[in-house]
Design a protein around this ligand. Structure first.
Ligand code: 5GP
Ligand code: 5GP
Length: 221
């Protein structure tokens, strides 16, 4: 009888570990195309045309509270276009690739799925749909412009950028900067945090490292 309960307990633990998410939260990362392009490395517009002047999705990344993260959790799961065909139009506009050489996005989306999506405990369709829906929920460009922070080459303080997003999205973001060709700090990526079931935005348990200048340029695109 004892052995029976032991086996039952082991099976229970196995099932729980197989179905629970082995990470603490997600970073939802959006990139400003003007800043991706305005660097030494430059960029290439997608083969489907120049993206809108809006933040684009970079990825939805499972993360641990200590700052580390799991990656490439299932090498046997390749990106399968057929599972996201109903999302393709939205992915092209809201998750455009800017890397060179020009591509249609498949390489970028495959990379994000294989590196991060396979650790998310979501299926492919849900993983991409969740990210697209989060972008609708957190309209960064509108949050910034309604606070007078516009992509016109002017510079703003880090506090004003964070406050504008906190005001309108409800949560404090992490702002990542890169350098333009003259070495000015510019607004590159914005990180928001999401609970590990991918249902709600949350305050970030941990912020990534990195530093912006005291004045942050917001270039046009
Ligand atoms: P970079 O070194 O350019 O900041 O990041 C390179 C890549 O590493 C990112 O595109 C992303 O895939 C991954 N990465 C960087 N920092 C983090 C992080 O804090 N959390 C997670 N989950 N992934 C990260
Ligand atoms: P991560 O940094 O998430 O590991 O992945 C970034 C990878 O996706 C790099 O290999 C990069 O070349 C490719 N990539 C393709 N398009 C884009 C883009 O528009 N933005 C960024 N950040 N990476 C892209």
């Amino acid at each position: 009888m004892k052995a029976f309960y032991y086996i039952l307990a082991v099976q229970f633990l196995f099932v729980v570990s197989a179905y629970s998410q082995d990470f603490d939260f997600f970073y939802f990362v959006q990139q400003w195309p003007g800043s991706y392009c305005d660097t030494e490395k430059s960029c290439c517009y997608p083969s489907t045309g120049k993206p809108e002047a809006d933040f684009g999705i970079h990825g939805l990344w499972p993360n641990y509270n200590d700052g580390s993260y799991p990656s490439s959790c299932d090498p046997s799961s390749q990106f399968d276009q057929s599972q996201t065909s109903s999302l393709l139009k939205r992915m092209r506009t809201e998750w455009p690739t800017l890397a060179c050489p020009s591509g249609d996005g498949l390489k970028f989306w495959s990379h994000e799925w294989e590196k991060h999506g396979t650790c998310s405990a979501l299926g492919q369709h849900d993983y991409f749909q969740t990210a697209l829906d989060l972008k609708n929920q957190a309209n960064l460009l509108q949050s910034l412009t309604s606070a007078g922070i516009e992509p016109n080459g002017n510079s703003y303080t880090l506090e004003s950028i964070k406050d504008a997003i906190k005001q309108s999205v409800g949560f404090t973001p992490f702002v990542e900067c890169n350098d333009d060709t003259s070495g000015n700090s510019q607004l590159y990526q914005i990180y928001l945090c999401v609970d590990n079931s991918a249902s709600n935005l949350i305050e970030c348990p941990t912020f990534p490292h990195g530093k912006c200048g005291s004045q942050i340029e917001f270039p046009s695109f």
